[in-house]
Each structure stands twice: as C-alpha cells, then as structure tokens.
Design a protein around this ligand. Structure first.
Ligand code: 4H7
Length: 250
C-alpha cells in the first residue's frame, strides 16, 4: 500500500518546497506516497477561527489551543482507520524531542502512515499530549519558528527511502550514513581544474580499486570529523587496514 503522510499545520503552503521539487516531488507525482495537509484553523468552533491564546501564568507569546489540534488529530485518525491503519505514529516536531538520525528515518520509512504535527507560537497546550500518544522528534539542537521545516526534513529523508524514489543509478544504500559513515569526496569534469587534478584512481577503470579508495576516504573523513560515528560500530579487517593506509596506497 502507498504510505500516507499527514501534516497538521497552519502553513500548508510552505510544503510546496517538499511536494513540488526534486526527489520528493517526483515520488509524490509518481504516487509512491501521498501527502495530505490538515489546517487546525479548519477545526475551530468559534467565529474568529482562533487557534492560539495567551499563556496561563503570563509571559511572552501565544500558545496553540488544544481543541483545534485535538479535532484535527481525531479526524486524521478516523481517515487512517478507514484506510486500515490502526495505530499510526503521531509525531510532534519539537526541540525537546528524540534526535532524528538515519536509523529512525529508516524505521519511519517502513510505516504505512505518519502523522506529523508542526507547532507554531511558543508551543502547544500540554493537555493535547494527555489525550494522544505523541512522540517528539527534533531535527537538531537549535530553535526554529515552527515545526514545518523539521516536518519537511523528516518527510524528505523518509520519502527518499521509499522503493523507486531514487533512480536505480543512485540508491539510498549509497547515501552517506546508510552504512554509518560520512560520504567520500566527489569529482567530475574537467580532469584538471585550475591546476587541481582529480584522483587518478577514479579514472583508472579499476572498479575494485575505486571502491577501496572511496571506502578509505569515507573512513578517514569519519574518523577526522565525526569520530563519534565510529564508536558504536565494529570495523572489519579491511576497514581497519584502509583507515591507516596512506594516501595513494590500496
Ligand atoms: C514545538 C515546541 C522543532 C515546536 C516549541 C520545532 C526546533 C525544532 C516549536 C517550538 C521548533 C527542532 C516555538 C520553540 C517557537 C521555539 C521560539 C517550533 N524548533 N518552538 N519558539 N529542533 N520550533 O526540531
């Protein structure tokens, strides 16, 4: 079944960047997944279509009302139940959440549906979280004005994992992080640019040597820039050998 992604947001128009362009746009156009938007304003019950109010206890900014979000979530759940999805993962994008990584992305890409809640203002009335089991996910330790960009980050990362999303030439398995390592350097024409030569091995036609060179670059870069990524990973004999191979060897 085609996975269904549901986004609860006051700013559905922001998602044109995700749905209209690139790998994600093509995947949606080709019906590898569906993305639907739910505007909490459409679930308000007052004439002013109010979605926020001043925080109890005072302080700056506004808080999102529980009720419109609760009604929107309930509507999404009803649609999903009718489509045979019983317990969809509900995800609130928040700086307080579990950090997104490629392992979590791969888990999310295996789900038949996801419901993403993009908050605005200072946050959401906490009582929404008493009524629904909602996971919190963060895309990194920095503050944004809303959850829309994080929701697009999650969806872009998830959608590129869907079978058929990438041309068969490039594959999600080839991505940096797919094997827990940083990417190798890339080169294209011309062979010499402003006196700088592309590595000769890449022009050698020796595919095994090219694969070894790329793996060595990935390993050495990962050790230099993100040694934390190597900590939880057991290196094979080949990987250990490549890590300490000098440039030009192997
Ligand atoms: C939930 C709660 C996610 C969502 C608070 C969301 C960063 C991330 C938001 C907030 C996000 C992330 C409201 C806290 C606006 C900051 C100025 C939306 N920011 N905000 N405040 N790292 N912001 O994933």
């Amino acid at each position: 079944m085609t996975p269904g992604y549901h986004v609860i947001t006051l700013f559905p128009e922001m998602f044109a960047a995700l749905t209209g362009s690139g790998v994600s746009g093509r995947a949606i156009r080709n019906e590898l997944c569906r993305v639907r938007f739910w505007d909490p304003r459409d679930f308000t019950l007052d004439n002013y279509r109010t979605v926020d109010d001043r925080p109890f206890g005072g302080g700056p900014g506004m808080v999102m009302l529980a009720e419109p979000l609760d009604l929107a979530l309930t509507a999404v759940k009803t649609v999903l139940r009718r489509e045979g999805v019983k317990q969809p993962r509900l995800i609130h994008l928040s700086p307080q959440g579990r950090r997104l990584d490629q392992r979590l992305v791969e888990q999310l890409a295996a789900e038949p549906a996801l419901v993403l809640l993009a908050g605005r203002y200072e946050g959401i009335d906490e009582r929404l979280f008493a009524r629904h089991a909602i996971e919190e996910i963060s895309v990194g330790d920095y503050v944004l004005s809303g959850g829309e960009l994080p929701a697009m980050v999650v969806l872009d990362a998830v959608i590129r994992q869907l079978p058929g999303a990438l041309g068969h030439a490039d594959s999600a398995k080839e991505d940096s992080f797919a094997d827990g390592l940083l990417d190798c350097p890339h080169y294209t024409r011309p062979e010499t640019y402003l006196g700088l030569d592309a590595p000769a091995v890449l022009k050698s036609g020796d595919h095994a040597a090219i694969a070894r060179w790329r793996l060595r670059q990935s390993l050495q870069r990962t050790r230099a820039r993100r040694p934390d990524l190597l900590e939880g990973r057991t290196l094979s004999a080949l990987e250990l050998e490549l890590l300490d191979a000098p440039d030009g060897v192997s």
